[in-house]
Design a protein around this ligand. Structure first.
Ligand SMILES: Nc1ncnc2c1ncn2[C@@H]1O[C@H](COP(=O)(O)OP(=O)(O)OP(=O)(O)O)[C@@H](O)[C@H]1O
Ligand SMILES: [Mg+2]
Length: 422
C-alpha cells in the first residue's frame, strides 16, 4: 500500500507530421497539444480517489502516466515515497484495469485472472507455508479439467497453483463470472470481458489499483452491484485506488474523495458531499449533480440584495462582506433542481411556464421556461415529488430557501465563499 503524489504534471503530444499537407502547415503544428496542465494531486495511502470529468479531459492519460505507459512532459510522480518518473511499468507495483479490457486473447478467463498472481513472489512463501487443502469441489473439478490439457503424468497441481486457483475463484465469484473461467475472451460479451479485466487487476496484490472506467459496459443492475463490490473489496484490502469515470453517480458513491477534471486541469478535490455542497466554480457546480445546477444572471444591490427585473432576494447577513466587492455588478446565481419548490406567487419567486414533465417514478423532473428574464428563454429544472400534479403549459412559481443559493463570479467562474461556512 502506498501514497501516490502527482506534482506539476504536464503532458503534451506532438501532432503527427504525416497528417499535414504543406511545409507551412508543418511549421504551424510544431506547438505540441497540451493534454494535461499542472496537475497536482496527493492520493493518500489506502484512499479511494475518483477522477471524474467529461470525455477527452485527460483522465486516461493521467492514469497511463501513473502506470508508466506514457512519458511525462514535465512533473514528478511518486508512489510510496519513491520517485517513479523513470521506472518501467512492471517496477511500479500497480495493477491497472484498462478502458479497453486488454485481455490476453489466447488465454482462458482463468489464466487471464491468474496471470498477475503467477508472477507474484509472495505466493511462493504462502505456498510453502500453507496446507493446500480445503478447495471447494467446484474448483477441484475445474483444476482437474484444466490439468487435462497436459499429458498424463504431468497433471500434478502444485500447492502454489491451488492457492492461485482459490484466489481466482474468490474474485470470479465476487464478479459473478465463476461460470466463465474455462472460456476464451472472444467467447465473452463486452460486460463479461470488463469483469474479467477487473478480476485480473483485483486478484493481484499491487500497491496501487488504477481503474479506467471499469464498469462502462455493464447493465444498470450489474453496474450498481459491481460498484458496491469494488468499494467493499477496496475497503477490505485497503489498497490505494485511483478510479476514472465520467459518471458522476459513480464518483459520488464510490470515492473517499473526488478530483473533478476539465480540459487537462483539476478543478476541485474534496469529499463527494463537500463538492456537492460547495462547488469551487461554475464548471464543478454543473458537472456534479443531476440534473445540473440552474444558473441565473443576477445584479447585486448592496448591502444584501441580488436579483433582476423579475425577482429580488435578500441574502443572509453573512454574505455582506463578500458582496461588498460586487456593488452594481453581475453575478451568477446557482440553484439546484432539488432545492427549488413549486409554490404560490410571491416577489421572491420566478414565474414560468412548464415545458416538459419527466416522471421517473421516484422523482419527477419539471423544466420551466422562465418569463421576463435574461437570457430570454432561460429554462430551469425543478425536482418535485412524484405525487405532485404538474401539467405542460401550466404557469408555475419557483422558489428556494436562501441558504441553498450559490453565487459565482461571472468573469472568473469562481464561487463566492462566505467566511466560516464549511
Ligand atoms: N497518443 C495521443 N496522441 C495525441 N493526442 C492524444 C493521444 N492520446 C490522447 N490524446 C488526446 O488527449 C486528450 C485526452 O485523452 P484521454 O484519453 O486522456 O481522455 P479521457 O478523459 O480518458 O476521455 P474518455 O472519457 O473519452 O476516455 C484527448 O483530446 C485525446 O484526443
Ligand atoms: Mg479515457
Amino acid at each position: 500500500m502506498a501514497q501516490v503524489i502527482l506534482e506539476n504534471i504536464y503532458k503534451s503530444y506532438t501532432p503527427s507530421i504525416t497528417q499535414t499537407k504543406s511545409k507551412a502547415e508543418t511549421q504551424n503544428l510544431v506547438t505540441p497539444e497540451s493534454v494535461l496542465r499542472r496537475i497536482n494531486l496527493t492520493v493518500n495511502d489506502g484512499e479511494f480517489m475518483v477522477l471524474v470529468g467529461a470525455s477527452g479531459c485527460g483522465k486516461s492519460t493521467l492514469l497511463r502516466l501513473i502506470a508508466g505507459l506514457e512519458t511525462l512532459t514535465a512533473g514528478n510522480i511518486s508512489i510510496g515515497e519513491k520517485l517513479v518518473n523513470n521506472l518501467p511499468p512492471k517496477e511500479r507495483d500497480i495493477a491497472m484495469v484498462f478502458q479497453s479490457y486488454a485481455l490476453y486473447p489466447h488465454m482462458r478467463v482463468y489464466d487471464n485472472i491468474a496471470f498477475g498472481l503467477r508472477r507474484s513472489q509472495s505466493l511462493d512463501t504462502l505456498a510453502l507455508a500453507s496446507k493446500p487443502d480445503g478447495l471447494p469441489p467446484q474448483l477441484e473439478n475445474f483444476l482437474v479439467e484444466i490439468s487435462r490439457r497436459f499429458p498424463r503424468g504431468f497433471r500434478y497441481i502444485s500447492p502454489r497453483e491451488k492457492i492461485i486457483a482459490k484466489k481466482v475463484l474468490q474474485v470470479a465469484e465476487m464478479l459473478q463470472i465463476e461460470g466463465l473461467l474455462n472460456r476464451f475472451p472472444k467467447q465473452l460479451s463486452g460486460g463479461q470481458k470488463q469483469r474479467v479485466a477487473l478480476g485480473r487487476a483485483i486478484a493481484r496484490d499491487a500497491q496501487v489499483f488504477l481503474m479506467d472506467e471499469p464498469l462502462s459496459n455493464l447493465d444498470a443492475k450489474l453496474r450498481a452491484e459491481t460498484r458496491t463490490q469494488i468499494v467493499k473489496l477496496q475497503r477490505q484490502l485497503g489498497t490505494t485506488t485511483i478510479y476514472v469515470t465520467h459518471d458522476q453517480t459513480e464518483a459520488m458513491t464510490m470515492g473517499d474523495r473526488i478530483a473533478v477534471m476539465n480540459q487537462g486541469q483539476i478543478q476541485q478535490v474534496d469529499t463527494p458531499l463537500a463538492i456537492y455542497n460547495h462547488p469551487a466554480n461554475i464548471f464543478v457546480a454543473q458537472f456534479i449533480g443531476s440534473p445540473p445546477m440552474n444558473l441565473i444572471p443576477v445584479q447585486v444591490k448592496l448591502p444584501l440584495s441580488i436579483g433582476n427585473n423579475q425577482f429580488r432576494i435578500t441574502l443572509a447577513e453573512e454574505w455582506e462582506a463578500v458582496l461588498s466587492e460586487y456593488s452594481n455588478r453581475s453575478l451568477v446565481m446557482g440553484l439546484r433542481p432539488e432545492h427549488l419548490t413549486l409554490g404560490l406567487p410571491a416577489t421572491k419567486n420566478f414565474c414560468g411556464i412548464v415545458e416538459t414533465v419527466e416522471a421517473l417514478g421516484n422523482d419527477t423532473y419539471v423544466s420551466v421556461k422562465i418569463q421576463g428574464l435574461e437570457p430570454p428563454n432561460l429554462i430551469m429544472q425543478v425536482r418535485v415529488a412524484p405525487d405532485k400534479s404538474v401539467k405542460v403549459g401550466e404557469e408555475v412559481w419557483l422558489s428556494s430557501t436562501i441558504d441553498k443559493i450559490h453565487l459565482f463570479d461571472r468573469d472568473t467562474g469562481l464561487a463566492l465563499r462566505v467566511e466560516g461556512r464549511g
